[in-house]
Design a protein around this ligand. Structure first.
Ligand code: NAP
Length: 532
């Protein structure tokens, strides 16, 4: 259908968009969702690379709003793999009958606000257009795939793939010489899996990552009833924690306890499932460089113990940042991979890649002939997906221009000059440094309440004021300055994308504070928004 008109258009059938569609339909709205791919849940649809799995406890990654879904779905592992995750989101889509409002294989290329009509008009690849009162972006923080800028990248005659564009047909690496570029959370998962079957695996590492054991395990049928009975308690813990996880920081300083006590705590956390070693540690490992140096040395020691060749171990120990200053990749026998005879680690800081050529990768000292190159090189994070759509506000201003000096938003949900556009998990949104599903539920419910408020008052237009936007942006940078995140060059800072301004893209003030602020804004008659 072309030039159709809806009450709301949602871009993206990921976890946040799916829930938003469900909630807006409950308000009696006529909603259209556009999705680039042919399936739901973008993250686990696209990232189907070998080894892809949750780093969040499975049951904390699930929607919590539906008793029926919680009751009917059984997680089989504490940290579930991609195939099950994709099945889960398809199950939810069927259960809520979402597909009838989703237009698949439909990429939104542009969106502009029509002044006077107070409507958004979106355009799809191929020219189809549609209009709606509300535009809701659910485009994801890690969806804009980023290939590295390496000379000759297209000349390679073998196969190659970015991890977030992995084919649906599984790739068999048996008998193949495989190269992996990138050792972030994705690269680590790929490497530990591909090393099991590849004839030879060569890992091309720029900077090493501070990884920690995932300590995954199966959930037996006998364990299901007790686990399900504990869901309300688990969701409560997540709600109270800073980042929406089951893990809560120890509010004692690392210097308040003896070296023996902290060593015992580190050992315990290192042996437990999930992010505890990072997010249930002494709080000041994330705020004080001296405290951080202590846990950093502990993790370095673990790497030295696990990797047999001390020279290889040394390359695997990060030199440019402390533990936890970047998102910690979770691993399962990752370091032991480097003890295998079929695995080679190349230190690109010592011998940089010069080019990709027809047969493989040429570094400054050697040619590596390969059959398959895996690019685990990450994303143009947080703002990247917005940049790939030509979004124009009421005076024709491009969002990309407004954000050229870094994002400016109110609550990470709205932008002055872009009325009626709401961003789920937008830049500087509380859901950005959070176990995403826990925080997107808050985002969706808050936006739904605001839309309902507008319906009740017959408002046609809602826009964040410039003052509110500036105050929120200042607050975001103030809270970030109190953390060590700003010290490392990561996607949190946009530092992984060539040419992008180095600025903090997330919100580090904690999910409970963010929720409180959002609730206060709503209670104060949507303070900071102008509605007419
Ligand atoms: P990433 O953290 O940005 O890592 C990209 C990797 O590619 C880094 O090792 C980077 O090296 C390397 N790289 C980039 N350009 C390169 C170049 N030109 N030459 C050589 N190496 C290059 O991306 P990611 O690993 O995809 O992870 C992104 C985020 O996705 C994670 O932080 C996490 O939030 C999420 N994720 C979640 C899960 C999960 O929940 N299970 C799994 C995977 C990812 P430098 O670091 O030196 O720049």
């Amino acid at each position: 259908m072309s030039n159709a008109q809806y009450d709301a258009i949602i871009i993206g059938a990921g976890i946040s968009g799916m829930y938003q569609l469900y909630r807006l339909r409950e308000l009696g709205m006529n909603v259209r969702m556009y999705e680039t791919s042919d399936g739901v849940d973008s993250t686990w649809y696209w990232n189907r690379y070998p080894g892809a799995r949750f780093d969040s406890e499975s049951y904390t990654y699930a929607y919590s709003f539906s008793e029926e879904i919680l009751k009917e779905w059984n997680w089989t592992e504490h940290f579930s793999g991609q195939a099950d995750n994709e099945r889960y989101f398809n199950f939810v889509a069927d259960k809520l009958d979402l597909r009838k409002d989703i237009q698949f294989n439909s990429k939104v290329t542009a969106a502009k606000f029509i002044k006077g009509d107070d409507l958004w008009e979106v355009e799809l690849e191929g020219g189809e257009k549609a209009r709606a009162r509300f535009l809701i972006t659910a485009v994801g923080v890690l969806s804009a795939t980023q290939m590295p800028r390496i000379e000759g990248i297209d000349s390679f005659k073998g196969d190659y793939c970015h991890t977030s564009r992995w084919p649906k047909t599984p790739v068999d690496f048996k008998g193949k010489r495989v190269g992996v570029i990138g050792t972030g959370a994705t690269g680590v998962q790929v490497i530990q899996e591909v090393a099991k079957t590849a004839e030879h695996l060569t890992v091309f590492q720029l900077d090493a990552s501070w990884c920690a054991p995932l300590n995954n395990s199966k959930i037996t049928d006998e364990e299901q009833p007790a686990l399900k009975a504990s869901y309300p308690e688990l969701f409560k813990i997540c709600k109270e924690s800073g980042a929406g996880f089951l893990h809560q920081f120890d509010m004692r300083s690392i210097f308040d306890v003896s070296p023996e006590e902290r060593e015992a705590k580190f050992e315990k956390l290192y042996g437990e499932p999930g992010f505890g070693i990072w997010l249930a540690n002494f709080y000041d490992i994330m705020t004080d460089e001296k405290a951080n140096a202590i846990i950093t040395e502990f993790i370095a020691r673990k790497i030295r113990e696990r990797v047999k060749d001390p020279k290889v171990a040394d390359i695997l120990i990060p030199k440019d940042h402390g533990f936890g200053m970047k998102r910690v990749p979770m691993e399962t026998k990752y370091f032991e991979v480097y003890n295998q005879p079929n695995v080679t680690l190349v230190d690109l800081r010592a011998t940089p890649i010069e080019r990709v050529n027809e047969t493989g990768i040429k570094t400054s000292d050697k040619q590596y002939d390969l059959d398959f190159i895996v690019y685990a090189t990450g994303f143009d994070a947080v703002t990247g997906a917005f940049k790939r759509i030509d979004i124009r506000g009421e005076d024709g201003q491009a969002l990309v221009d407004k954000w050229s000096g870094g994002p400016e938003t109110y609550l990470g949900m709205q932008v002055n000059g872009f009325p009626n556009m709401f961003m789920l998990v937008g830049p500087h949104n509380g859901a950005t440094f959070c176990n995403i599903p826990r925080c997107i539920e808050q985002n969706v419910e808050w936006v739904t309440d605001l839309v309902k408020h507008m319906q009740n008052h017959q408002y046609k237009r809602c826009e964040a004021t410039r003052d509110a936007e500036l105050a929120w942006t200042d607050h975001v940078y103030e809270t970030a300055a109190g953390s060590l995140f700003t010290k490392a060059d990561s996607w949190f800072m946009g530092a992984n994308t060539p040419g992008k301004k180095r600025t903090f893209l997330l919100y580090a003030g904690g999910a409970p504070n963010y929720r409180k602020k959002c609730d206060e804004v709503a209670a104060n008659n949507y303070e900071g928004f102008k509605m007419v």
